[in-house]
Design a protein around this ligand. Structure first.
Ligand code: BG6
Length: 481
């Protein structure tokens, strides 16, 4: 029996093709996955040879460095079975399972419950002595609080919480993990990382892409469920957590949950003061004509799905009392600019000469390039005492030190059983708890339209305290890149 196996349910799908297979190949090329067997499972009545062809095509498209020798070794890991998500056909996978077997639900969210139950009924959730069984679940976990709880109940019928790995690929991103390291490994940050010194925090995830071919999913999800409930909420809780006394995955997640629990809750009636939604109109982006969201294929002509969502969160704690955290994400915005930006308060007292000091910002950039920057004030060279803005910037990557993709990081963690960068149910639950009133309020009314290639709907400004401005999504050359 092989030591470990990965069974991908949904092996013919887009996620497997674009993200899982390339990540697995790269891990293989770096010799990190031992004798892992990779077993595809899907409805398509393919032979293992046909699946190999499918995998080869995907790798040729998404792995530029794919080479003949590497492929020949990799293909030896592959196998394939077809069938429905029912106990009987799935039970056949039992023969291929290894002592340690990871099941990956690369499926539409509506099938998570069915698949986990069927695997359990097929006897695949319990491991032989000394072995293990784990289940990776993609996002979104439910579509509101009630459905998330129902899904948990279905999963727990056969799987222990400790076997379930709810993946949020943002937790595998270098910048996300660096947030924790940079915050807690540097002495200079902690004394100022609080309401006494921080004036606001902006977490932005802007994309130029539209809905692409995902209308089937996106029409029901919208930006709030697609990006904010999970990814941005994670960045938010990591930016705000209290220092840990013990570095332990449970303690870390306890602290993240504590942040979510401390957010002042919204009610359906005060949602407008805390949340804004928008939907893109067509226009020109990069000299290319793009259509209105409502004209995209698969989108209803009168769709009210938001393609932009912004939130204002306030944490009721000693550390963060009075500091607004602004979160926003949107499609078809001016650039692919994503960052966590912390603005510090202005200095009191007089400044020398004609110096006008701007607020300092600490910026963790995710896109277009991972960098850490500190926007500071310094003297302008010359005879007079004048100030100028300087950017102390460190690119995240180091030469010769290749990065791992988020899926590479998280697949390794899942195989090793490290749950630190996966979501515990209560994290998901508290995020839904917070957003349920927004979802409810947004069942009525319409999002504000914004032009493709713009900064998003103007209504987002109403979330800001006086004196606060959104950092531009359109990249300012040289500012902090
Ligand atoms: C996904 C969302 O989870 O994250 C997409 O469903 C979004 O809509 C994507 O485009 C952004 O992540 P990344 O890592 O591709 O920037």
């Amino acid at each position: 029996m092989k030591a470990s196996a990965l069974v991908i349910l949904g092996a013919s799908g887009d996620l497997t093709r674009r993200l899982l297979l390339p990540a697995l190949y790269r891990l293989h090329a770096r010799k990190l996955i031992g004798d892992l067997r990779i077993i595809g499972y899907a409805l398509e009545k393919w032979s293992p040879e046909r699946f190999e062809k499918h995998v080869h095509k995907a790798l040729s498209q998404f792995v530029p460095e794919l080479d003949e020798a590497g492929w020949n070794e990799f293909r030896a890991r592959l196998d394939y079975r077809h069938g429905e998500l029912k106990a009987e056909p799935l039970a056949a996978l039992g023969d291929l399972a290894a002592a340690g077997t990871l099941f990956y639900l690369a499926l539409p969210p509506s099938l998570f419950g069915t698949a986990s139950e069927a695997l359990g009924e097929a006897g695949l959730s319990s491991a032989p002595r000394g072995g293990w069984r784990r289940l990776v679940v993609e996002k979104p976990f439910g579509s509101d609080l009630a459905s998330a709880k129902q899904l948990r109940t279905r999963m727990h019928a056969h799987w222990e919480e400790s076997q379930i790995l709810r993946i949020d690929h943002f937790l595998g991103k270098e910048t996300t993990q660096n947030l924790m390291v940079f915050r807690f490994a540097n002495r200079f940050l902690e004394p100022v990382w609080n309401a006494q010194h921080v004036s606001q925090v902006q977490i932005t995830y802007a994309e130029t892409l539209g809905v692409e071919k995902r209308a089937g999913y996106y029409e029901h999800a919208g930006a709030l469920r697609d990006m904010l409930q999970n990814h941005l909420m994670q960045l938010f809780s990591l930016a705000a957590i209290e220092p840990l006394s013990t570095w332990d995955s449970e303690v870390l997640r306890d602290h993240k949950v504590e942040v979510l629990r401390s957010v002042k809750p919204f009610t359906v009636r005060n949602v407008d003061a805390h949340a804004v939604r928008g939907q893109y109109r067509g226009g020109k982006m990069d000299r290319r004509k793009v259509v209105d969201y409502r004209q995209e294929s698969g989108v209803a002509k009168d769709s009210t799905t938001e393609t932009f969502a912004a939130l204002r969160l306030e944490i009721d704690s000693w550390r963060w009392q009075g500091v607004p955290f602004y979160l926003r994400s949107g499609k078809r915005l001016a650039s692919n600019c994503s960052e966590i930006a912390v603005q510090f308060k202005r200095n009191p007292g007089a400044l020398p000469g004609a110096v006008a000091a701007d607020n300092n910002w600490m910026i963790f950039r995710i896109k277009p390039r991972q960098t850490m920057s500190l926007l500071a004030n310094a003297k302008k060279p010359g005879l007079k005492l004048e100030g100028r803005r300087v950017t102390l910037s460190a690119p995240y990557e180091e030469e010769g030190n290749s990065e791992f993709s988020a899926y590479e990081q998280l697949l390794m963690d899942a195989l090793e059983g490290d749950r630190t960068h996966f979501l515990r149910f209560d994290e998901v639950e508290w995020a839904w708890r917070l957003l349920d009133p927004v979802l409810k309020a947004w069942k009525k009314g319409e999002p504000e339209f914004y032009a493709a290639g713009s900064e998003g709907p103007s209504a987002q400004d109403r979330l800001l305290d006086s004196g606060h401005h959104w950092r531009p999504v359109r990249l300012v050359a040289g500012e902090d890149d």
